[in-house]
Design a protein around this ligand. Structure first.
Ligand SMILES: [Zn+2]
Ligand SMILES: [Zn+2]
Length: 309
């Protein structure tokens, strides 16, 4: 499988000289194996993907599967600018969980209604097929897809895509439970709900262990990790992870490669270099073979890594 990062930034597009190396587009990743093309999320990076597909297919029909993690704006805002969806010969199958009181197509159509946008979803001339994910496992061609609910405000889905050769997990956006439940405000809620300190901690650890099992042994984990432990203190409950927890989970799950993802919009390229260096210090006492990097726009990752073949 080949994984390509088209947008890696969380929350809002952040173009400019400070972000030109890691990139400023919001989440969009492709996973390709043989003739199967899977797109994950439709942040502003999908506009760049669209232009690339126009060149590559050169008028031939494009058929792709689009998995939506959730419909927060940074994960769908690029869809109205995805040119291949305006071409009649193309077909896109769009998968998503049921949002809070909203079906996925209603939410995609909503952001294209007046007064937000001049063209409606119905005017997109490609065939758009919507599939509501109502079971944890399904297949796309020869690839197996497994889903899980992430810990994020609203409903957010994590995806594991497996071929006979390798596997990729996409966790964006997600906040691990253990550090969250230990923060004073959350701990207070747990106590008010009648949980003891031990029960609160056990609940958090059991939930996090489920995510570790989900990621066990995967070749590439793409995980939302915008905050340092220091920054996390003021952002607990926002639905995103702190770097230390993401690295610890990747090590515990014996993941081969970890791509830090959904970078904070305020982080410059230099700050991103610092975050990668911080992750390396967390790995020094560890004897796993985890490779850790911060995803960059345009980056391609072969799964499994070519040296393992
Ligand atoms: Zn997001
Ligand atoms: Zn979100």
């Amino acid at each position: 499988m080949v994984v390509t990062f088209w947008g890696v930034r969380g929350s809002i597009p952040t173009p400019g000289p400070a972000t030109c190396r890691y990139g400023g587009n919001t989440p969009c990743v492709t996973v390709e194996d043989g003739n199967t093309l899977i797109v994950i999320d439709c942040g502003s990076g999908i506009r760049v993907l669209g232009n690339s597909l126009l060149q590559r297919f050169n008028g031939n029909p494009v058929h792709a599967h689009i998995l939506i993690s959730h419909t927060h704006w940074d994960h769908i805002q690029g869809f109205p600018f995805f040119i291949p969806a305006f071409i009649p010969s193309n077909t896109f199958t769009i998968y998503g969980g049921e949002g809070v009181n909203h079906q996925i197509e209603d939410t995609l159509a909503g952001q294209m209604e007046s007064p937000y946008f001049p063209v409606t979803l119905k005017e997109m001339a490609a065939t758009l097929q919507f599939r509501h994910i109502d079971q944890p496992d399904f297949s796309i061609d020869h690839l197996k897809v497994k889903t899980c609910f992430l810990n994020h405000p609203g409903v957010s889905l994590g995806y594991k895509i497996s071929s006979p050769d390798g596997s990729v997990v996409y966790f964006s956006d997600h906040e691990p439970y253990s550090r969250l439940m230990a923060t004073p405000s959350r701990f207070k809620i747990a106590v008010e709900n009648g949980l003891s300190e031990e029960e609160n901690l056990r609940f958090a650890q059991e939930r996090d262990a489920e995510y570790t099992r989900f990621c066990e042994g995967v070749d590439l984990l793409i995980e939302d990790s915008p905050y340092t432990p220091e920054e996390y203190k003021n952002r607990a409950g926002w639905g995103h992870a702190c770097i230390d927890d993401v690295v610890a989970m990747a090590v515990a799950a014996r993941v081969k490669q970890l791509a830090l993802f959904h970078h904070d919009p305020s982080n410059s390229d230099e700050q991103m270099d610092g975050i990668v260096a911080l992750c390396q210090t967390r790995l020094i006492p560890d004897d796993s073979n985890l490779t850790c990097f911060a995803a960059q726009e345009g980056q391609r990752v072969v799964v499994p890594a070519e040296t393992e073949k």
